[in-house]
Design a protein around this ligand. Structure first.
Ligand SMILES: Cc1cc2nc3c(=O)[nH]c(=O)nc-3n(C[C@H](O)[C@H](O)[C@H](O)COP(=O)(O)O)c2cc1C
Length: 430
């Protein structure tokens, strides 16, 4: 599939299907257009449509979508119930998943008046790279669950919207194929394999395919199972597998001896340690980022080791269920590593104002996980591009209304508590 990115960018500028300029501005200024034959309503009415027979993906932008978050509700109708449970679910009882969303609600944005933002833009710098906007696509495994074009479609959408695409080790399409669908903004997310040789092989392939950075995920050597996915009866379909690992033979499992723990001496036997990270730094010329950082002391140690930057993340609530909301961990990490060290953020972002809050609390840019997969399920590459465009416009709208013309003007002083009187709060807040 080839895609003219200019054409796509233009296409997704119009957020709602065939709406013209007048409707478009009407939408942003608060008078929502009336939508006869709304797809949500149609899906609800259609008695033949059950969760077991999901709606086939659209090849146009759905008219009902008024915000990026709308893709979540619509995706319910485009995915089998089991797949939706797997994608939407968090680990165990989903405390962390809920905490991620609740954390955003704890902050309000304190708008400033009369500021000239006509020179405004969302350009920002992450490491040595200038981005047109601070929205990146998080590594998400097995995207074929959501759409037959899988990661190829998400990568196309990233290119069309000038977004950095981070390809998961566990992609259902090979990293080489993904590379043919993205522009230059492509990073590779690395999971350590049980054998160093296999890890080095993946790194070498990413280098060969001109990925610009490695993002090593360290918070999920094992995962707490998602009770939601288990109860829904989710099983990975046999035709979906991690394409990057097709030629990698996993180390033979040695059984756990009597009296040993299935967790410590079993699953954690191959989990990476600091020594593995040092080894990784020695075998590649690519900048290495670490994803899954929540503790300020880990952040400092990683910075001292020569890690290029951090992703403050709790895996979207899919790792330790009692971990704090990523947003609540962010200010301490920014304070620990200083103002100039690159810090990305993810977990729980569903709108442009969420992005604004993450930037205000210290992130240089954010990663979007589930929203992209929901949009992929609804309308493939077009849906993902549209969702990113909506998020971008929601961010611009929030910035303009808050009185921030540039990302560098977004800081903790732009926020206040959503539950306390403004005069009673001291920053930074939680
Ligand atoms: C279905 C699914 C699969 C994921 N697979 C990976 C993965 O392969 N590697 C990784 O580092 N993170 C993975 N993540 C975590 C995301 O990169 C990201 O941290 C998280 O989705 C952000 O939260 P959000 O979904 O609320 O935006 C996955 C998340 C989901 C929902």
């Amino acid at each position: 599939m080839s895609l003219d990115s200019r054409r796509w960018s233009d296409a997704v500028c119009i957020p709602i299907g065939t709406m013209g300029t007048r409707d478009y501005s009407t939408r942003w200024f608060g008078l929502l257009p009336v939508k006869p034959n709304c797809l949500f309503t149609q899906l609800a009415k259609d008695t033949g449509m059950t969760a077991q027979t999901p709606h086939p993906p659209l090849n146009h932008i759905p008219q009902d979508i008024l915000s990026a978050h709308d893709y979540e509700a619509l995706a319910l109708h485009f995915l089998p119930a089991t797949h939706f449970a797997y994608i939407a679910g968090g680990s165990h009882e989903e405390r962390c998943l809920r905490a991620n969303r609740e954390a955003f609600a704890r902050y309000a944005i304190l708008p400033r008046l009369l500021r000239d933002v006509t020179h405004g833009h969302t350009r920002t710098t992450v490491g040595n790279t200038t981005l047109l906007h601070p929205i990146m696509l998080a590594p998400v495994a097995f995207q074929r669950l959501a759409h037959s074009h899988a990661e190829a479609a998400t990568a196309q959408a990233a290119e069309a919207t000038d977004s950095t695409y981070i390809a998961s080790t566990l992609s259902s399409v090979s990293l080489e194929t993904i590379a043919t669908h993205t522009g230059n903004n492509r990073w590779f997310q690395l999971y350590f394999q049980t054998e160093r040789e296999a890890t080095a092989q993946l790194v070498h392939r990413a280098e060969q395919a001109s990925y610009q950075a490695l993002v090593v995920t360290l918070d999920a050597a094992i995962q707490m199972p998602s009770l939601r996915a288990l109860r829904a009866g989710f099983q990975m379909p046999s035709e979906i597998s991690p394409a990057n690992l097709a030629n990698i033979v996993p180390a033979a499992e040695s059984p756990v001896a009597a009296g040993q723990s299935r967790i410590f001496q079993g699953y954690m036997r191959h989990a990476p340690t600091w020594a593995d990270l040092e080894w990784l730094l020695s075998v590649t010329r690519l900048p290495i980022w670490v994803k899954g950082v929540l503790h300020p002391q880990d952040a400092q140690a990683l910075q001292a080791l020569g890690i290029a930057g951090l992703v403050v993340s709790n895996h979207g609530g899919r790792a330790l269920d009692e971990a704090p909301a990523s947003l609540l961990a962010l200010p301490a990490i920014r304070a620990a590593v200083g103002a100039d060290y690159p810090v990305l953020f993810d977990s729980g972002i569903r709108s442009g104002s969420d992005i604004f809050k993450a930037l205000a609390l210290g992130a240089n840019a954010v990663l979007i996980g589930r929203l992209a997969i929901y949009a992929l399920a609804v309308a493939g590459a077009l849906g993902v591009a549209h969702m990113i465009k909506l998020l971008h416009e929601e961010l611009e709208l929030t910035m303009a209304m808050a009185g921030c013309a540039q990302v560098s003007e977004i800081n903790a002083a732009c926020l206040t508590s959503s539950t306390q009187p403004v005069e009673n709060i001291s920053l930074p807040l939680i």
